[in-house]
Write a protein that binds this ligand. Structure first.
Ligand code: NOJ
Ligand code: CA
Length: 516
């Protein structure tokens, strides 16, 4: 069977609020993205994933949806979406669907809290407090504090795994299930090529809402509350995703479903012919050859079936930028370049996050500028995710690095423009230049490469694998390494990578692709 379009695709996450601003109000928008489609196309990627652009009070930057059938006026209109899809042509467009919770401003929730007799209450999780007045159970919110808040004018509490402005839906309710099928069809009929499914493994909650037990932490052994208890991987998800898959398969060409499923070990439950197509396998290990190899092996072994491979990613709008994670500054950037080669050689799909192609770092900003609910709800104890969401620098020497004539919604650090697109575009050795070359090479050879991946013996701190004629090697150490490899050097993550007489020279923190 021929591989589907996404089989070895490279997909690019566009964080809508921070990508491109067409009307200089400091906020990215759909028309801005449309105006930059050529830039995205030139990266050589196959598809984009747009983060949520629905009407939303932006308490969690779009992941608090007030209306699933429209576009936030800050970002444009449905017409702008249609135009974006039309102009994207062969570039596929995935939309973010947020089924676990709505905004507290969604008409269902507003009706639910307006009257204790409202039928809408059953579409969420309302429960009585414990007799001592404490929350109904000990579940905690991912954003800190209890997962329950008292309703504003009533006697009960409601469940929110995230911010209080994001009440969780009751997925046992048939109307909830029906509504999301309608939402899927609405965007697919408008030309979306599929969905990235937010919090895909947590839709159903244990019906008895029992307290979470203590478990021993896998690493430290210390007792902690089991955060997966009662919410993750519930069997009822199967029926929902079976129907979603039928809907996706009912379109020509078939549409795709990508799940945000945190635990790689569980991916085989979801990546099945009648369930989802992909689930993110994020590598967030520190820069250590053994840990990266383990992470790759765990994700690959978790999947069942011939030709089924993980959906690799290093980052997204929730993760500290890889450059910073891997050491920061030029060291971090050197390692991130090597990491990209390692990643793009793997079998399966790869998701890249806007700005990775520029080697952007996590940006610092004054506390007063921070907006992430994680920062706000932890009173600043946790820095939150604003640092990886700072707008794209487009032009060197222009105010706000050419993103906008107005101050952007998150401030850009001084000299952010040195990494601007136009500062790198003409330079083949820039991060952007290397990125384009690597994606182009992958595109040229991907279909010829077998899925089978073979690890090679390599010096300590070096990983080397091959897939048929392609060998990928990466040196994680701060000292140079040598490796016997025959073939032609196709790509090196820096200019000092060399191959002579069957010996591959890898400078510190570098990687190479060698083709037989
Ligand atoms: C995952 C999203 O990526 C994140 O940004 C959001 O805060 C949570 N889901 C809740 O929707
Ligand atoms: Ca704008």
């Amino acid at each position: 069977m021929p591989q589907p379009w996404w089989g070895s695709a490279v997909l690019y996450e566009v964080y809508v609020r921070s990508f491109a601003d067409s009307n200089d109000d400091g906020i990215g928008d759909l028309v801005g993205i449309t105006s930059r489609l050529d830039y995205i196309r030139d990266l050589g990627v196959d598809a984009i994933w747009l983060t949520p652009f629905y009407p939303s009070p932006q308490k969690d930057h779009g992941y608090d949806v007030a209306d699933y059938f429209d576009v936030n006026p800050e970002y444009g209109s449905l017409k702008d979406f249609d135009r974006l899809v039309a102009r994207a042509r062969e570039l596929k467009v995935l939309v973010d669907i947020v089924p676990n919770h709505t905004s507290d401003q969604h008409r269902w929730f507003r009706a639910a809290i307006a009257s204790p007799r409202s039928a809408m209450r059953r579409r969420y999780h309302f429960a009585d407090p414990k007799p001592d007045g404490s929350p109904p159970n000990n579940w905690t919110s991912t954003f800190g504090g209890p997962a329950w808040s008292p309703e504003p004018n009533g006697k009960q509490w409601y469940l929110h795994l995230f911010a209080p402005e994001q009440p969780d839906l009751n997925w046992y309710h048939p109307a909830v299930q029906k509504e999301f099928e309608r939402i899927l069809k609405f965007w697919l009929d408008r030309g979306a090529d599929g969905f990235r499914i937010d919090v895909a493994s947590a839709l159903f909650k244990r019906r008895d809402l029992a307290d979470r037990p203590l478990v021993a932490d896998r690493i430290t052994g210390a007792p902690r509350l089991d955060w997966t208890f009662g919410i993750i991987d519930r069997p009822q998800l199967k029926d929902v995703y079976r129907r979603w898959r039928q809907i996706a398969d009912g379109y020509e060409p078939r549409r795709v479903l990508v799940g945000e499923i945190f635990e790689a070990r569980q991916h085989s439950m979801y990546i099945l012919p009648d369930q989802l197509h992909m689930a993110f396998a994020i590598i967030h290990q520190r820069w250590d050859a053994d840990l990266w190899r383990k992470s790759i092996d765990v994700s690959r072994r978790a999947l069942l079936g011939p030709g089924i491979e993980p959906t690799w990613t290093l980052s997204n709008h929730d993760a500290t930028r890889p450059v910073t994670r891997l050491g920061g500054g030029e060291l971090g950037r050197t390692r991130a370049r090597a990491a990209l080669l390692l990643l793009l050689g793997l079998p399966g799909q790869v998701f890249l996050y806007q700005g990775e192609e520029l080697g952007l770092e996590e940006a610092d900003m004054p506390d007063s500028a921070r907006q992430d609910p994680i920062f706000l709800r932890s009173q600043g104890r946790e820095r939150g995710r604003d640092g990886c969401r700072v707008p794209m620098p487009w032009h060197r020497g222009r105010p706000n690095a050419g993103f906008s004539k107005s101050p952007p919604w998150l401030p850009m650090p001084p000299a952010w423009d040195r990494l601007a697109v136009d500062a790198q575009a003409g330079n083949g050795e820039s991060v952007l230049g290397q990125f384009r070359r690597t994606v182009a090479a992958r595109r040229r050879i991907a279909r010829r490469l077998p899925h089978r991946l073979e690890w090679h013996a390599a010096p300590a701190g070096v990983l080397a694998y091959s897939r048929g004629p392609l060998t990928v090697a990466c040196n994680f150490e701060d000292r140079p390494a040598r490796l016997p490899v025959s073939g032609r050097l196709l790509l090196g993550s820096n200019l000092l990578v060399g191959l002579r007489f069957g010996s591959l020279r890898l400078p510190p923190n570098s990687a190479a692709w060698v083709l037989q």
